[in-house]
Ligand binder design. Structure first.
Ligand code: ADP
Length: 482
């Protein structure tokens, strides 16, 4: 009792462990999938944002005059009308779009790592205005840059070259202590089509990113729980179907065992009936009237069929349970085949079938299981005759080599439909084209294949519906020791 309790609690523990393992694998999977999805969505949205900001820069560049830019080179130029014009334009663009933090113009220098500052929207503001805006005193270094100031652009790769050809946004976001920005640029062309400068905008994207994150979060949580749920369901489904398969296998095994027991029990009384009928027919208990004799003969036939069927069921259950006892005994193949032909030929004649026998003359004696071999060859031949219409052809061919026996039974019969071919060696399986028209039970081929494979051989077939079928088998041969 104690041991039973212990083993039950052990079983429960391993069950809990399995569930925990399944749960954590599901959660891990969900995290990975959600993370990948998050990264993908982020990239997609960032790409959309880049496109949008690039288009803002490119529209802004169209309202800046290249002629004005050509007049602003050094601090003194700030007093010119052109500089005032430029600063006013830049200011109005900035005022029209709250998210633009900084808008400016830059031009190329001889050094690809440096650009010269032209002007920005605040360049005309006096030191006082700039200090008022900053809320503190500013040193000269902190004041807005002046025309001609050189700026290093190592942190802004798009400015090195690309921005002078077409509108473009930086791939990476710039973060400072106040916000996160994205920079975009657009070239400004003069009348002759030469790029005279680049317009740059730094756009505040923090709000946008926060908005994305808050919108994305519930969606991601939903995905996370969905993946967890789906993975759990699949784990449960796999486990459940596994259990179901086990139960079905056990039922099948029990059924085969039952079949085995029943047929074993049936075999004895059937043999007794056969014996007694034989004694009666032999006149051992006195003369029987003609009518009675005829009845007994027909009973004898029925009992013979019954005995064959019971044997076959017994064989099926033995194959299923892996208890097929094949005994290799000396088997004179010449005698073996002529006995079978003798039994089969009358049926063939009755159906006017052209039964061809293609056997070598010098058939040897080999080591095989006689009962199963007889059952196999008889089954293939009786099937060929049964499934071939009157006047058709059936051929039995045998070839013997040093180490192998090859046999085929060919017929010009109804054939096996393609859709049934995969299942034809299955237990109790009967093809759809004969199921309701020709008598049979679907045991024969299953046992025959089991018998051939049980002796180390293989069995297969070729068939075309409406044209005919050939069953083949091949067996390794052993000769008895003399
Ligand atoms: P059955 O008692 O039905 O003949 P078998 O196990 O011997 O059982 O054969 C299984 C099924 O294979 C048959 O029902 C039939 O559909 C198909 N079959 C077997 N041999 C032939 C054949 N020579 N021609 C056509 N179909 C065949």
């Amino acid at each position: 009792m104690e041991t039973l309790k212990k083993s039950q609690s052990k079983g429960k523990k391993s069950e809990i462990l399995k569930i925990l393992l399944a749960l954590s694998s599901c959660a891990f999977l969900a995290v990975v999938i959600t993370y990948i999805l998050y990264g993908y969505t982020q990239n997609l949205l960032k790409e959309r944002l880049r496109e949008r900001i690039t288009s803002v820069a490119s529209t802004a560049a169209t309202v800046i005059s290249a002629n004005d830019i050509a007049q602003v080179y050094e601090p003194d130029d700030l007093v010119s009308d052109e500089a005032k014009n430029l600063a006013a334009r830049l200011s109005s663009i900035r005022n029209a779009n709250n998210d633009i933090r900084y808008i400016y113009l830059l031009r190329r220098t001889n050094n690809t790592e440096e650009l010269a500052f032209v002007i920005d929207s605040e360049s005309l503001d006096s030191k006082e205005i700039q200090e008022k805006r900053a809320g503190k005193e500013l040193s000269d270094d902190d004041l807005a840059p002046l025309p001609g100031d050189i700026l290093t652009i190592s942190e802004y790769p798009a400015l090195r070259d690309e921005a002078f050809y077409h509108p473009v946004a930086e791939k990476e976001l710039q973060k400072d202590q106040w916000s996160t920005q994205m920079s975009a640029y657009a070239p400004i062309f003069d009348k002759t089509g030469n790029v005279i400068a680049v317009l740059g905008i730094d756009v505040e994207v923090q709000n946008y990113l926060s908005q994305i994150q808050t919108t994305l979060l519930p969606f991601l949580l939903f995905i996370f729980f969905l993946v967890v749920l789906l993975s759990l369901l699949s784990v449960l489904l796999i486990r459940f179907s596994g259990e179901k398969v086990k139960i079905l296998e056990e039922i099948d095994r029990q059924k085969d065992e039952l079949l085995g027991i029943v047929s074993h029990q049936l075999a004895k009384p059937i043999t007794a009936i056969k014996w007694n009928l034989e004694l009666l027919l032999d006149g051992d208990v006195g003369q029987i009237p003609k009518e009675g004799k005829e009845m007994m003969e027909s009973m004898q036939k029925v009992t013979h069929h019954l005995a064959e069927l019971v044997n076959m069921i017994l064989d099926v259950s033995k194959i299923q349970l892996g208890k097929m006892n094949l005994e290799a005994q000396p088997l004179d193949l010449k005698e073996f085949f002529s006995e079978i032909i003798e039994v089969i030929e009358p049926g063939a004649k009755e159906r006017k079938i052209n039964f061809k026998k293609n056997l070598p003359t010098n058939l040897p004696t080999v080591l095989l299981d006689k009962r199963y071999m007889r059952m196999t060859v008889e089954n293939l031949l009786s099937n060929a005759i049964k499934y071939t219409p009157v006047n058709g052809d059936v051929e039995l061919k045998v070839e013997i080599t040093q180490s192998k026996m090859y046999c085929h039974v060919r017929d010009s019969g109804c054939g096996i439909p393609l859709a049934d071919q995969k299942k034809i060696f299955g237990k109790l399986y009967r093809a759809t084209n004969v199921r309701n028209t020709v008598d049979g039970n679907g045991f024969g081929l299953y046992v025959a294949k089991g018998a051939i494979e049980g002796q180390g051989g293989r069995m297969w077939f070729e068939s075309t519906e409406g044209k005919g079928t050939t069953f083949f088998f091949e067996l390794p041969l052993k000769m008895p020791k003399v």
